[in-house]
Write a protein that binds this ligand. Sequence first.
Ligand SMILES: C=C(O[C@@H]1C=C(C(=O)O)C=C[C@H]1O)C(=O)O
Length: 313
Amino acid sequence: MLQNFVTQDDPLNLDNIRATLTRLEDTIIFALIERAQFALNPRMYERGAFKELVEQGFDGTWLEWFLQETETFHAKARRYTSPDEHPFTKNLPDPIIPPLSIPHILHPNNINANPSILSFYTRAIVPLVTRHATRELASLKRSHGKNGPEEFEDDGNYGSAAIADVSVLQVISRRVHYGKFVSESKFRSDPASFVPHILKPNPAALEALITKPAVERALLARIGKKTSIYGPELGPDGELPARGSIDGNQDGKGETNVGKWRVDVESVRELYESWIIPLTKEVEVEYLLHRLDDMSDVEIADLLESKDVAIKA
Ligand SMILES: C=C(O[C@@H]1C=C(C(=O)O)C=C[C@H]1O)C(=O)O
């Protein structure tokens, strides 16, 4: 059963939260593997590239259209009434069923980092994870006498690739916004350390307080190992390719896919080190900067006196 803040007996236990973040590493790696099957398909990320969408009056990209249609349905099923779910699309419809009665764990906030997630994902991550498939497609097309460079990045799988993109974006969004739970947990364990840098806003001091280098180092080592196991194509009997035999250059000339990277360590490490971890920390700091919003001086004083702040019913 999916353990999350609703089903856990101590949702703000930092170890429980970190266990959820660790489990999301697997989801992210396998979602990237799905997207990496398809070429870059740059049209999917260009506004106006599909006249059919323009004719429907939609002025976004193919991917933004997929997000809008998917999230419209999910919103009606109350997905975004859950504090760990954040939409990419604005002005979604209300749920058709009443919201779940969820304990008020987080301080009310409107933090949504999805515009940044969508931007880095389409500009930096998609080109990185699809470069092997794109290179193989170019080699295949050249062998059939095609030479238009624009064709080499387009395999026409716009629907399947967009479905994969939406899955990756939703799980990265969930992972990054879990930073709110991390921050609430750290805040409640030591409010006195945070309150001065909230009352007199000091993002740098807050970032220094929430940053745990050892945790980050362990995470990067762990996802490197996970990707080195999940990433390569296995042999017909499920055997891992011999160390060093993994075809790093993906020239597409190999007899079989064995030893080819479905997604490689470099791509996943880049995603986490350059994008996911920094953005998670931005969410943590932004959440803390607003943690005392709408609280009276008396409430803040009470907070500092009572170490274990009870979850508001
Ligand atoms: C998420 C945490 O906060 C920060 C962000 C981390 C991340 O995004 O992986 C890891 C450690 C901290 O620097 C945490 O302390 O676990």
